[in-house]
Design a binder for this molecule. Sequence first.
Ligand code: GLN
Length: 475
Amino acid sequence: MNSKQSLNEKPVHELLALIEKGEIHPRDVISDLYRAIAQREDQIRAYISLAPQERLMQECERLRDRPLRGLPIAVKDNISTVDLKTTCASRFLENFQPIFDATVIQKLKDAGAQILGKANLDEFAMGSSTENSAFFPTRNPHDLGRVPGGSSGGSAAAVAAHEAIWALGSDTGGSIRQPASFCGIVGLKPTYGLVSRSGLVAFASSLDQIGPMTQDVRDCALLLNCIAGRDPQDSTSVERPCADYTQELGQEIKGFRVGVPQEYIADLSGQAKACVESWVRTFRELGAEIVELSLPHTEYAIPTYYLISSSEASANLARFDGVRYSTRASDRSVEAMFAESRSKGFGPEVKRRVMIGTYALSAGYYEAWYGKAQRVRALIRQDFESAFQLVDIILSPTSPTPAFRLGERLQDPLAMYLSDIFTVPASLAGIPAISLPAGTIEGLPFGLQLIADKFQEAKLLRAAYAFEQATRGAA
Ligand code: GLN
């Protein structure tokens, strides 16, 4: 009965095949998941809230004929769900119960998925370590003294600890890819506009995307199939013909041109450099051609990202005022009530972003800061447009380092921001990027990032799958 004990450790496509053959029942998966959660959650703390096991077990019958068979998914707690609170890991929304499901949740439910729990994050998705959660930090299952990355750290840790079989995260500047890298799982940020943001609590609306966090590339494609598509509730979502992202998996990548941006690898040393060299070797062995590239505006990506994302955040977070959402602090005067609600409701990182953003947007400074950042964003986008004239995909590490220790970067926000250097450029350009487990540094997972041109997810997943199959068991 060994296989029965480890159902929560199998990728979803394998579980679905076993269910299809009648060898297992979705209830077996659910009970294995709850057993793992009971054993590990005290240490990992991936979840802010969990659905009752009984409810999921009962619902399985009703969902048995739907494609996802009632199998559960973990969801980052900034994605609205009617059955569980949506807190954004903020005191402000500690008791917030949405009255509608995000479009992605509705789609998953229609496909027969159930919501297992709401995963921890940095407050309002601002951070890279999940230490900015107002409730508690999540720990990295590979080393409990280290962070799982962020901001989707709860989702990544849940999948890595087998407390979830798959999860949804959100990515504004790396929040799916960096925790996927730190926890040794697969994470995809789709093209801006491919997945509806309706029901995702907005951080920076021109950057935010919801995406899959999974055990392998096939599951990633499968989950993307379930959530992609135009949604009238999100005017930035794009009408495109329906695609099956699993279709190109397994096709060879001979002749693919894989770009290696010199600006990304110039400062790498030691084991990180050795990892990149081994990835290049693998792609060569798969028949790909390696092309040295330049993305000349890379050095401006971090300030550009933090100006734009903080400006948008300061506008988006204006709605949290103690009137429309919970945590009203005082009733003295309306101004005092706004001020007190916001000083008590928001944590230090959120306040820092709101202040940066308010300053960057203020009269007299708007052109110098926000306006300039928008123009540099266009240059960064053009860097990629030129690069994709030459190559099919771009390769880099997801993050310059593996998971760091809890507390290590908390006192130095700039060090935390700088570690986003490889993830923010693709966010600013609106293009898809995936992080894959691709080796270790001092025993800790170190992710490979692949980036493709707009709406080239099928090609990206095909390359990712080829790499995964070639290196399987090696990491
Ligand atoms: N670490 C980045 C930030 O703090 C990215 C966050 C995200 O993608 N949500 O803004």
